[in-house]
Design a protein around this ligand. Sequence first.
Ligand SMILES: Nc1ncnc2c1ncn2[C@@H]1O[C@H](COP(=O)(O)OP(=O)(O)OP(=O)(O)O)[C@@H](O)[C@H]1O
Length: 309
Amino acid sequence: MPSPETDTGTTAPGAGPATSNGAAHETVAFPAAGPGAGPEGPRDTALALAGVSHSYRGRAGTVDALGPIDLEIAAGEFVTIVGPSGCGKSTLLRLVAGFTAPSAGTITASGAAVSGPAPTRGFVFQQHRLFPWLSVAGNVGFGLRGLPRAARRERVAELLELTGLADVAKARPYELSGGMQQRAAIARALAPDPALLLMDEPFAALDAFTRERMQEEVRELWRRAGTTVVFITHSVDEAVYLGTRVLALSGRPGRVVSDRASAVPYGERPRTDPLFAGLREELTEVVKQAASLSVAQRRSAALSGGRGR
Ligand SMILES: Nc1ncnc2c1ncn2[C@@H]1O[C@H](COP(=O)(O)OP(=O)(O)OP(=O)(O)O)[C@@H](O)[C@H]1O
């Protein structure tokens, strides 16, 4: 597992702007990101998407939600994804999790084709979705039922310690604060030691103060656990603060229009760092453009009676 510190500001050899639709948003300060070789040598590919797209077919017609997307994520990266509302971010994560099969393309996680949910891919939803009838410890250990009792207990204790929930192990989810509930959900997702942790706007329902605290905690968890993370958010600020690599999607159907390595060292990353502010401004502009484009595209599709709402 490479040190996360070394992931920042590196450009993979041969990695261009890595956009799947040819749109590039060039700046000098922020190199295009991509997996491959960091200063510490080549890294394993944790996740690969090749020509992935997805359309929903319903009574109201077909919605082209995502893609095509070509993307590689190296083991140990913390990839954050931003994009306008409805551009397919959640769809992308659900495809990677194996909850939904893509309409086209292939997804490979740790070298194996994704064909359904697996404990090697942990998922954290916007709402915690803890089981209300189980204690915090019961929730965290839920995915470990195949383990011998002692090993399971040990793993649960380790995760409760890691997420600062040891004192409330016996509490029910409704007795916890929103931040603690989300920490328990993260602990549950981490319990089977997944190679990939997929997080879909996990802090969206939290107040601003708790959200900032959770950002610190998830950063620390990632540094300690070393799991590859893919994190969806509406907040450009959150994306830039958390990610070693930040992707921006276009309006629906979402494609990668910007792929940036963070140039700010991960260890101490104050929001006041000019590099941080620069990347945030650049990405805010990219997302704004994508949002206004997608509104215009939808209007013109509606006028011409075209496919996709
Ligand atoms: N089960 C479904 N059936 C039909 N259409 C769907 C379904 N799920 C999502 N969609 C549509 O697909 C598009 C992408 O949805 P998705 O939830 O992936 O976007 P998103 O970027 O995560 O949105 P947001 O940022 O608002 O949460 C949207 O137009 C949405 O209405």
